[in-house]
Structure formats: structure tokens, C-alpha cells
Design a binder for this molecule. Structure first.
Ligand code: SF4
Length: 372
């Protein structure tokens, strides 16, 4: 059966942000025609079926998909909608940077079929945005949100980054208030991590910056949980908060472990048994699809142990939690005592304090399961 969830990776960015290790292609001028043709070829090559392809969620991520502009997104959506049939209530998300947004562009996206925008705000502090090498300033964010509203979108998400180096003196509280003032329906909060081979990693190597301490990370994470819960958001996944009814459907499908298709450079895909991923470099992906070859870089068949570990990790990362056996419940009682988890009706759910230890708790529980 064809997957009901489709991710399309649009790799273009105006420049690389200091912390970013994603598969991107820095381009002043975005080769819209070439990219859309590439997506068309990959779809034809890997999914030659002519049967109807109903989808529940379509996600244009990146990179910076908003760099395609109004007409470029229209062109890409025309192609995608010639292959997919959106089911009633389907979620169609586009990731956008604030400086790519004006009313005319947002109107074009809406007309193209986009019904949800995920806006990369990251901070409302100009000095921080410059440090991150973002292309926009703080004033661009409310302007972008005005454009979104004027175009008639009622669902949008904001991304923010926390746990920045102490030396930046960023006020996390002030940034959270600025985000809430824009009344988003959804927020994604990511703690800054220093990934190898990024400008940030080089700054750290030469002593020009230092990662935030674990204590600061935890403090800001819990501050956000309290502030956003007080404002009526559900903290429904380790990094995600939603107004009631506004959870991200596409990402929720990942967290349920269902299959999804991934198209474009660096895109990952899962068919319920095997993960596969495409080559990350735009030029290599383009060459492969232009010559009629599968742009696959690698794949991994999940064995029983992988499936078990994944089920634990996915269950613990959302408020769905996990149903546990009596033995597992007794082994996790100490988590409840420590304030890391709650148990209701035989289901264990991590608290925000537990989510701060997600990796180690998931590893512990996987080990317990493997011995039961
Ligand atoms: S805009 Fe996003 S994808 Fe592009 S460089 Fe910055 S963080 Fe990476």
C-alpha cells in the first residue's frame, strides 16, 4: 500500500546557519524548474504506479522551501497534486523563513494548496539572529505573521531555539513572550546542539563559543513547559506544543511509526520494515534522477531488536506513552518517584523532567523489555 504521508525535501537556503548540518544547497538563485523536474523524475522512477495515491499529510521541508517563492511553490504543488489526492482534512505544510514571506507570496501558497506554515523564527533578538547567521532580523517575524494572517491562514507554527551559549545573554523568557504574543497554533522548541562540521563546531574548537550547561538547558526547557502550559498549549511531544486540535499531523505520523515516503535530496523514507535515505548533495541527487537512477544512498532493514527499541523511543517521546507489563511497571516505579514519569491505567508517560532524560530512559526500558 502506498504511504499516506509524504515528505518532500527542498534543499535551497540563502546561506548556512551557524548550527545547521542539514542537507542543503546554498543558492542565490533557486533552480525551480530543474528541482521540480527532479522531483517529477524521482516520483516516476520510484513510484511508477498509476493507481490513485491518497495522502493524509504532505510536508515540504528543507532547507528553506519558502525560497521557491509563490510561483515556485505553485509549480511544485501542481506536480505533487497531479500524483497525490489529498484526503479530506489533509494537512499540507510548508516550512518558511520570515524574510521570504509577504502577503502576495502567502496568498499564492494558499491558492497552491498549502494550509499550514511552519515559520523558522528561532529568536526575537537581533544580536542572536546575527550570531546564528540567520538571514532575517527580529522585525521580520511579526511582519511575516501579519502576512500569513492577511492571506487567510489560521494554522501556523513557530520554531525557536533555546539553550544558547551564556555569553549571548539571550533572554529566553522574553523570546517566549514575543512568540506567544503572535498567537501561533503550534510551537516547536529545539535545544541548540553543536553538530560536527558546522561553523558552530569550528567556533567551539577555537574557543570562540561554549555550549550551554546541562543545567541551563534543563532550566530553559522547564521554563518553556510552564509558560506554554499556562498559556493553554499541550506539551504533546518532547519538543512540540500545540493549541488543542492543532497538533502537527505529519510529524505525529512519524511518532506513531507508520510508513511515509521521502522525496528529494537527503530525504528519508520508511515502509514499516526498511528505512532508506537519498543522497544528500543536491548535485548528486539531480544527476541520479536526471539519468534515470534511484538516488538512494543507503537503507537499513529494521530487525526485531530495532523495532522494539523504536517502539519504546516513539512511545516515550509523546504523551501517548506506552502500555507496560506488570514487570515493566515495577521496574519503572522509581521513575515515578523521581518525577520523571506518571502511570495511569497501566500506561507510562514521561513528564517534562523525564523528557530531559529521554535517551537514557528509553535505553533502560528497552533493556528491561529485552530481558522479559
Ligand atoms: S535556514 Fe534552516 S535549513 Fe537553511 S541553513 Fe538555516 S537552519 Fe539550515
Amino acid at each position: 500500500m502506498l504511504p499516506r504521508h509524504v515528505y518532500v525535501h527542498v534543499p535551497f537556503c540563502a546561506r548556512r546557519c551557524a548550527y545547521c548540518d542539514f542537507a542543503i544547497a546554498v543558492r542565490r538563485h533557486v533552480p525551480v524548474d530543474e528541482f521540480v523536474q527532479g522531483v517529477k523524475r524521482e516520483l516516476a522512477l520510484r513510484y511508477p504506479t498509476v493507481e490513485p495515491w491518497p495522502v493524509e499529510t504532505l510536508y515540504l521541508g528543507g532547507g528553506t522551501p519558502s525560497r521557491l517563492g509563490g510561483a515556485g511553490v505553485q509549480q511544485l504543488m501542481d506536480l505533487l497534486l497531479s500524483r497525490f489526492t489529498l484526503l479530506p482534512g489533509a494537512e499540507v505544510t510548508l516550512e518558511a523563513n520570515p524574510d521570504d514571506l509577504d502577503v502576495e507570496t502567502a496568498v499564492a501558497w494558499r491558492a497552491a494548496g498549502i494550509n499550514r506554515l511552519s515559520v523558522g523564527a528561532q529568536s526575537f533578538d537581533d544580536a542572536v539572529l546575527r550570531w546564528m547567521h540567520r538571514t532575517h532580523d527580529a522585525a521580520a517575524i511579526p511582519r511575516a505573521i501579519d502576512a500569513i494572517r492577511d492571506a487567510g491562514f489560521d494554522a501556523f507554527s513557530l520554531d525557536l531555539i533555546f539553550a544558547l551559549p551564556q555569553a549571548l545573554e539571550r533572554s529566553w523568557e522574553r523570546d517566549l513572550s514575543a512568540a506567544l504574543a503572535l498567537e501561533p497554533s503550534h510551537l516547536s522548541l529545539y535545544g541548540l546542539t553543536i553538530e560536527p562540521r558546522t561553523p558552530l563546531a569550528r567556533w567551539e574548537e577555537r574557543g570562540a563559543t561554549r555550549a550551554a550547561s546541562d543545567e541551563r538547558y534543563a532550566e530553559e526547557y522547564l521554563l518553556a513547559h510552564n509558560a506554554l502550559s499556562d498559556a493553554g498549549f499541550e506539551h504533546y511531544e518532547v519538543s512540540n506544543f500545540a493549541r488543542p486540535g492543532a497538533r502537527a499531523q505529519h510529524n505525529s505520523a512519524y511518532w506513531r511509526g507508520v510508513s511515509y515516503a521521502g522525496i528529494g535530496p537527503g530525504a528519508h523514507e520508511f515502509d514499516g520494515e526498511t528505512r532508506r535515505w537519498n543522497v544528500g548533495a543536491y548535485a548528486a541527487w539531480q544527476r541520479a534522477v536526471a539519468s534515470g537512477s534511484d538516488p538512494k544512498e543507503g537503507s537499513e532493514l529494521l530487525d526485531e531488536a530495532n523495532h522494539a527499541a523504536e517502539a519504546v523511543y516513539l512511545g516515550l517521546r509523546t504523551t501517548n506513552g506506552l502500555r507496560l507489563s506488570d514487570m515493566e511497571l515495577s521496574r519503572t516505579e522509581r521513575w515515578v518517584a523521581a518525577g520523571w514519569a506518571e502511570i495511569t491505567d497501566g500506561r507510562l508517560r514521561l513528564t517534562p523532567s523525564g523528557w530531559l532524560r529521554l535517551d537514557s530512559l528509553a535505553a533502560d526500558l528497552t533493556l528491561v523489555r529485552s530481558h522479559s
